[in-house]
Write a protein that binds this ligand. Structure first.
Ligand SMILES: [Zn+2]
Length: 405
């Protein structure tokens, strides 16, 4: 029923988009049309779950060393965003400068890098690199993305400390593009998780970060690579490699050099505001295996969060979907997301627990494309899903456990 309705909307809005594209913007290309294809669905308030109350944690006020993580969803750069980044004096930061202070106040920041950064690679092979130019061949948009590798340095400059590379666009430039992306991540000094290079197929799937002396392991996986084969096993699959995912989490939890494990699965039903049963089951299995938190993505819209008491009595945290961070997708729900703040405390016993979570609602606006702290309907939508109590203002002091102050 839902997919039929979505299909009708998609077909209708594609016609509209094609017509509008021809009339309004002679440079509009197939990527723009495909981006527009996803417009047109109106938000049914009944399909958007509402938070039932504050989300607080039993260990909120436990003394110890605190670390606060800022996490955002997909860096998914449709053609207008790439064109802006390649021509603006501010480059990629023009897309997120409006929310950069929201990362600066956290100890660590995470994003999902949705697509390769593989200079000189087209979907079918290699080609002369055009430089910072959207040519639709080396640097391209939907359905197969590729970004100029200067994106990685721009994310680092914005304060990001770790990215996920396991997502359905990981192989948009095939295995060689994944290799080239990893070379660029390594040379930029950006930790990444969820993919590995054919030059080192024994490399660990996880990344490590350290803040305030607390060592956090990050593990990403994806539900799919959009049907593109992965013959060398370069991308960690959340479901086909489920046993590897869970055993890796447990090994990291048991590693004396790791204080906490954060898992970032790329999963779920696109444009659905509620997690499906397989995600719920896998999230709980990940937490039971030893993860402290599970931060999901891919549906392009925000999904709820919850805490879950594990079989060994820990309070774990799941946010099923962070939504888009920066993308060209249309519609209120796809332009509304959040910066998630996850507060952790490492006690004198060495154990790390969640002390609280907050959300800073953000929205993406076009021309110039930029993310800002959300307003109006966008603010209301994210607040409906995650609740008023846990919301944090743009200029408020970052405290993840205000009940302890
Ligand atoms: Zn995705």
């Amino acid at each position: 029923m839902l997919s039929l309705r979505a299909g009708l909307f998609a077909g209708f809005s594609l016609l509209l988009a094609l017509a509008a594209g021809c009339a309004a913007d002679p440079s509009a290309d197939d990527e723009d049309a495909d981006m527009e294809e996803e417009a047109g669905q109106t938000e049914d308030p009944l399909s958007v779950p509402a938070a039932t109350g504050p989300l607080r944690f039993a260990d909120a006020c436990r003394p110890g060393t605190k670390v606060t993580i800022a996490a955002v969803g997909d860096v998914l750069l449709h053609s207008p965003l790439q064109r802006q980044a390649y021509t603006s004096p501010e480059g990629f930061s023009s897309l997120w400068k409006g929310v950069q202070p929201l990362f600066a106040r956290a100890d660590l920041s995470y994003a999902n890098l949705e697509g390769p950064c593989a200079d000189g690679h087209t979907a079918s092979g290699t080609a002369r690199d055009p430089g910072r130019v959207f040519d639709g061949a080396v640097y391209s948009s939907y359905p197969q993305f590729n970004y100029h590798p200067s994106l990685i340095g721009a994310l680092k400059d914005a304060g990001f400390d770790v990215v996920s590379t396991a997502n359905n666009h990981a192989l948009d430039r095939r295995g060689r593009g994944a290799d080239r992306t990893i070379e660029n991540l390594v040379s930029a000094g950006m930790p990444f998780t969820g993919t590995r290079s054919t030059a080192d197929l024994e490399a660990p799937w996880h990344a490590m970060t350290e803040a305030n002396g607390v060592k956090i392991a990050w593990l990403a996986c994806t539900y799919s690579t959009n049907g593109i084969p992965d013959p060398k096993k370069q991308v960690l699959d959340c479901y086909k490699d489920r046993s590897t995912v869970l055993s890796t989490i447990t090994a990291l939890k048991d590693d004396p050099g790791v204080d906490a494990v954060v898992v970032t699965p790329h999963w779920g039903v696109e444009y659905a505001h509620s997690p499906s049963a397989p995600e719920k089951k896998l999230a709980r299995d990940m937490l039971d295996a030893g993860a402290t938190a599970v931060l999901g993505g891919h549906p392009h819209v925000v999904q709820p969060w919850e805490k879950y008491t594990t079989t060994d009595g820990r309070e774990g945290f799941v946010l099923y979907s962070l939504g888009n961070f920066v993308s060209g997708q249309n519609g209120l729900a796809r332009r509304s997301a959040l910066v998630l703040y996850l507060g952790l405390t490492k006690g004198a016993d060495g154990k790390v627990t969640v002390n609280g979570v907050r959300h800073a609602p953000i929205q993406m606006s076009p021309t110039p494309w930029t993310a800002t702290y959300a307003r109006g309907e966008s603010l209301a939508l994210t607040t409906r899903i995650l609740g008023e109590w846990n919301r944090i203002g743009p200029d408020e002091d970052l405290v993840t456990n205000p009940e302890c102050q």
